[in-house]
Design a protein around this ligand. Structure first.
Ligand code: AQP
Length: 334
């Protein structure tokens, strides 16, 4: 069977973008069609300035939202990255396979490092090596497929390069994975700045719908979304990014087959489009909020899911990581 690995960083409260672009696909498709592992990648949250208590709290919240969104521990493996030592064990070996030049060429590194420097901060070494740890996350499990947003495609490409290079140099050890990009709502944009993506760690929260927003809050954010000059409803990402974003969100939330372009033809005013989009968002989030509240009342259940998940993950990863250690020239421990 196909093996899938994917993860989410606990760097903020999960957004509608995380759901439509990742989680929903995991729930409705991936966990049914493959041996899927879904991970709260907490080590990756330490690559930028962070508050320890907040990361810990968010890790639990993300795991709880995995379950609330419909991931089923009977169908897939849910765990926290730092609970499985194999990730960091393998990461070191892959650091010995990668070059510093290829790390510095990563677009996300360049962007995030520039941002840190612009605000007077120093760039953590782990921000540079982040893609190597991500490669370890994937290769440790012999994953064939990695569902990611388009901004992560370059990191999956690097993972492939490292796997091929290691295999050629030290003998076949790793499965070479491929990225799988979601078809619809590949990118939900910020409601106040529809040319940048809706990101959970952004400081200005007015254009971000969080999965746990109260219905009134979510509704208000959509109703106040920035729209474009003009009044015609057309789906044109270039000319009307705000309207295009609303149409895409509406199409994704209602599962409307015609997609955003066809939906556009049904609206003659921005107001009606906003109203319907707001309601569709509220209805999409409602069951997730309700299940999240139930799960919060039973923290022992979430702990047990994560314990069992980490145990299974460890068992899957260890033989591959041991094989990599031996292949690269390390003396096996007896
Ligand atoms: N706006 C989005 N539209 C569609 N998909 C999105 N994803 C994130 N934002 C959107 C997808 O959610 C998953 C989460 O990945 P991540 O936690 O590793 O971080 P990210 O991609 O960097 O997501 P964020 O929310 O923007 O986090 P921050 O602000 O911390 O950088 C991925 O599959 C991603 O594609």
């Amino acid at each position: 069977t196909t093996r899938i690995f994917s993860g989410i960083k606990p760097t903020g409260h999960l957004t509608l973008g995380n759901y439509l672009g990742a989680l929903r696909q995991w729930v409705t498709v991936d966990q049914h069609r493959a041996d899927a592992l879904f991970c709260v990648v907490d080590l990756h949250a330490l690559t930028v300035d962070h508050d320890p208590a907040r990361v810990r709290r968010l890790s639990r919240q993300v795991a709880t939202l995995f379950l609330a969104a419909g991931l089923d521990p009977a169908l897939c493996t849910l765990f926290v990255q730092s609970h499985v030592d194999e990730h960091t064990r393998l990461s070191y070996v892959l650091e010995c396979t990668a070059s510093d030049g290829e790390m510095r060429r990563m677009i996300q590194y360049k962007e995030k490092a520039a941002k840190e420097r612009a605000t007077g901060g120093s760039v953590r070494l782990s921000l540079l090596t982040y893609p190597v740890l991500m490669a370890a996350d994937i290769l440790a499990y012999g994953a064939d497929e990695v569902p990611v947003g388009d901004d992560q495609a370059q990191h999956v490409e690097l993972t492939r390069d490292l796997a091929v290079r290691f295999n050629q140099r030290y003998g076949h050890t790793f499965t070479v994975p491929k990225a799988v990009l979601p078809a619809v709502a590949a990118r939900v944009m910020d409601l106040q700045d529809p040319t940048s993506k809706m990101g959970k760690s952004h400081a200005d929260t007015s254009g971000i719908v969080y999965l746990l927003d109260e219905p009134d809050v979510a509704r208000r954010k959509v109703m106040r979304a920035v729209t474009d000059s003009g009044s015609e409803v057309v789906h044109d990402r270039e000319a009307q990014p705000g309207i295009a974003n609303l149409l895409e969100i509406l199409a994704a939330c209602t599962g409307d087959d015609g997609g955003p372009a066809e939906l556009a033809a049904r609206y003659s005013s921005y107001g009606a489009l906003k109203k319907d989009t707001a309601e569709a968002v509220v209805e999409t989030l409602r069951p997730i909020r309700e299940r999240h509240a139930q799960l919060c009342a039973d923290p022992g259940y979430v702990d047990e899911v994560l314990r069992a998940g980490a145990e299974r993950a460890r068992g899957l990863a260890r033989p591959t990581v041991d094989a990599a250690y031996e292949a690269i020239g390390l003396l096996p421990a007896r």
